[in-house]
Design a protein around this ligand. Structure first.
Ligand SMILES: [Zn+2]
Length: 239
């Protein structure tokens, strides 16, 4: 694995508002504590989810963006970017690979965190089609696109964005994690981030208990002491 001291910038690429907060906000908070620069890139605005149907589509998109910015602040992240793809309709595409490659070259992260692109047969929730499409396209952007100066030459010629090699990827939502981060000291901030998505979680009864139970189970699987919480990742070396 990449030594912690060599992780100076992290880019998190997700499909929807709240994905990063479920999968990785505790780990993000700990990175921020160490002075790591973290950027969020959201492919959609999440405007096809939630229960608040009194808003029209454009109002929902803006509400979701605002909630994600608030959630980001709860863990110390202020750089939040949106690509504006349609929620529920994301497919792996050359266009999406180019759009993620552009941000990789702008941010120049050491580590990218994104969705696992494979279907998880132990639990359907992490395998939303948008998640698989974003995870697959983000991995394609990491290798080969962002590091290949001849991929999307317009990024160099028109935008001055030189090739960049991401050295490691952490995948969320897979069925075979191999890295667990003890997020116990950041659990309050992770919960605050999750609860910032008011339009998605305010109506969910027992939400805090649900989250605590789920992340305590990861800690248990990792062999951390009881009362601890963990986030789980599959680490992919990409250097
Ligand atoms: Zn999602």
């Amino acid at each position: 694995m990449l030594p912690e001291a060599e992780i100076n910038r992290v880019l998190v690429v997700t499909a929807h508002p709240d994905d990063v907060d479920f999968g990785a906000a505790g780990s993000v908070a700990l990175f921020v504590d160490k002075g790591v620069e973290v950027t969020y890139l959201l492919v959609t605005d999440g405007d096809a989810g939630g229960n608040e149907r009194t808003l029209d589509n454009s109002g929902m998109a803006e509400l979701r963006r605002t909630e994600q910015r608030t959630a980001a602040k709860a863990v110390g992240v202020t750089d939040v970017r949106f690509l504006g793809y349609k929620d529920g309709l994301v497919v792996p595409s050359i266009e999406l690979r180019r759009d993620i490659s552009r941000v990789i070259r702008q941010v120049r992260p050491d580590l990218v965190i994104t969705h696992h692109p494979d279907r998880n047969y132990l639990n359907v929730a992490p395998s939303h089609p948008d998640h698989r499409a974003v995870g697959g396209s983000a991995l394609d952007a990491v290798y080969p696109d962002a590091r290949n100066p001849y991929a999307f030459p317009e990024l160099v010629l028109e935008e001055g964005l030189e090739a960049w090699t991401v050295r490691e990827v952490w995948l969320t939502g897979g069925s075979a994690p191999n890295h667990w981060v003890d997020v116990t000291e950041a659990m309050d901030r992770k919960l605050a981030a999750l609860q910032s998505h008011v339009s998605q979680v305010a109506h969910v009864e027992g939400f805090v208990d649900f989250v605590k139970t789920r992340f305590a189970a990861w800690a248990d699987q990792a062999g951390f002491p009881s009362g601890h919480y963990a986030e789980a990742f599959q680490v992919v070396p990409t250097g």
